[in-house]
Write a protein that binds this ligand. Structure first.
Ligand code: MV4
Length: 496
């Protein structure tokens, strides 16, 4: 049993894990790179150690340094968060080898789920539906033969892959020959493992994942999350429950996910990813970590997933030994990243001068930054997650719209304008989603920011000239426009 946890991460997930540690009565040790020394997670921890320069390889990925600091600070466990070393089986082994508890699944489960062909074979033997496909195809001839069995179009995928690297779609044998060659080369470069395999290509699937929890005695699921709104394999918006699932499908997916977790001897929090198309679902991958989007499940179920991770890691029964709660209401998460949606989502860097944090019933702001934080290019651009919960999906959308109106981040451009546009878009409102939503709604990205800024300025100027005073000075004595009228004008223009 341990009483001190080293959080081997930064940003919002480090803040999140430190909160859970302290609520569990555990001491939290933060690590940081030199530029992160004044970051929120450092200030929240009981103790913090600077472990290296900005470069992740020399800091957050520096395994010997992380183990050394854990031992030196008396940490009995290491929580990896997500990204960085969270799904690195060797790291999990080295943590255990140092006599520390890795807050996550056994290294063997990480290893097995990290190899997509081994994962598929394991799932198939556990009766989990996988996308029809082949084993590894080492030569073009083998690929063409396998594709003839599967039927075109097919997708060539890297066995060591994930996140879309080394994937190619082929619609005929000629395309397959070229696609196979490029996929092998890309896989060798990205993973030092050129093995590839085929799957039947699903042209317009939804991306739906099931949250699982497993302790020493059982595995359970906590419902699904819809993650279809993504761009180039970067998720943007997640929600729970999925508007596409009927109760019967939801129950079947949950059962299959629990079976998958049991099949690999899973421990802790994990996610089974599925592709869902034409009423059928297929195993895609298993994520052996806590995910960015875990809050939507927490808001629906009331379960604190990070505290459950810590309980399971200490050998305590998850959910206090009770039954998993059924979900209630609807939750939506918007990832607020320092990227400019009006400019191909290019990273935006700078110093955050001010943040207006959305508040109100059912509004959650999980942030890794505060005013004064500097946003650079060394780390993932995620600044914070804006998550809302309400009685049903329309109410959650309305709540997210208002929260996004309240939100302001001065100093860097963010994805907030994109999210505002989605919350107003009809197909999103109707729940008509797929992984191609963003490419099928190009107008969302053509947020003509300059025009809007001019219009907002014009609205304010007009109100000021009418009121004869500045918004701040305008009284509420009925003469001229008070601040609330002006802000309504500005809001109206912003919503054009
Ligand atoms: C697929 C697919 C369509 N058909 N497999 C993307 C990365 C990796 N997680 C697997 N991915 C896909 N596999 C078949 N047989 C479409 C994707 C895909 C995707 C999947 C989930 C979420 C976003 C995606 C974006 C592009 C492609």
């Amino acid at each position: 049993m341990f009483d001190t946890v080293l959080i081997a991460n930064r940003g919002e997930i480090a803040v999140r894990v430190i909160r859970a540690c302290r609520e569990e009565g555990l001491r939290a040790v933060a690590v940081c790179s030199e530029p992160d020394r004044a970051a929120p997670h450092v200030l929240l921890a009981d103790h913090a150690v600077t472990i290296g320069p900005a470069e992740a390889a020399a800091s957050y990925l520096n395994v010997p340094r992380l183990l050394e600091v854990a031992v030196d600070t008396g940490a009995g466990a290491i929580h990896p968060g997500y990204g960085f070393l969270a799904e690195n089986a060797e790291f999990a082994s080295r943590v255990a080898g140092a006599g520390l508890v890795f807050v996550g699944p056994p290294a063997a489960a990480i290893e097995e789920m990290g190899d997509k062909t081994r994962a598929r074979a394991r799932m198939r033997s556990a009766g989990v539906p996988v996308v029809p496909g082949s084993d590894t195809v080492d030569t073009i001839e083998q690929a063409v033969a396998a594709a003839a069995e599967l039927g075109y179009p097919v997708m060539v995928k890297a066995a060591a892959g994930g996140g879309g690297k080394g994937m190619r779609v082929a619609r005929d044998p000629d395309e397959l020959a070229g696609g196979h060659e490029r996929a092998v080369r890309e896989a060798e470069q990205a993973f030092a493992d050129g093995r590839v395999y085929l799957e039947r290509y699903l042209d317009r699937p939804r991306h739906i994942e099931i949250q699982v929890l497993a302790d020493e005695t059982r595995a359970i699921h906590l419902g699904e999350r819809e993650c279809s709104i993504q761009r180039r394999h970067q998720k943007l918006i997640e929600e729970a429950p999925s508007p596409a699932l009927d109760p019967d499908t939801r129950e079947r997916m949950g059962e299959v996910a629990v079976r998958a977790a049991e099949a690999v001897g899973y421990r802790g929090a994990g996610t089974i990813e599925f592709l869902f198309q034409d009423g059928e679902f297929y195993f895609l991958e298993m994520n052996t970590r806590i995910q960015v989007e875990h809050p939507v499940t927490e808001l629906i179920t009331g379960v604190d997933l990070v505290r459950e991770q810590l309980r399971i890691a200490r050998g305590l029964p998850m959910l206090g030994g009770g039954e998993p709660p059924t979900g209630r209401g609807h939750a939506i998460e918007c990832r607020i990243s320092a990227e400019d949606p009006a400019n191909e989502f290019l990273p935006s860097t700078g110093r955050i001068d001010a943040i207006e944090i959305p508040t109100g019933p059912g509004v959650r702001w999980d942030a890794g930054v505060r005013p004064g934080s500097t946003v650079g290019l060394h780390y993932d651009p995620l600044l914070a997650k804006l998550v809302v919960h309400a009685g049903d999906r329309p109410a959650a959308i309305a709540r997210m719209r208002l929260a996004l109106e309240q939100l302001r981040v001065d100093g860097v451009r963010t994805t907030a304008p994109f999210h505002r546009a989605v919350m107003r878009e009809a197909d999103f409102g109707a729940g008509d989603l797929s992984i191609r939503y963003v490419e099928e709604h190009p107008d969302l990205l053509r947020e003509d920011r300059d025009w809007r800024e001019v219009a907002i300025a014009a609205a304010v100027f007009f109100e000021e000239s009418k009121a004869g005073v500045t918004p701040e000075a305008a009284g509420t004595d009925g003469h001229g426009s008070g601040p609330q009228e002006i802000s309504a004008w500005v809001r109206a223009v912003r919503d054009l």
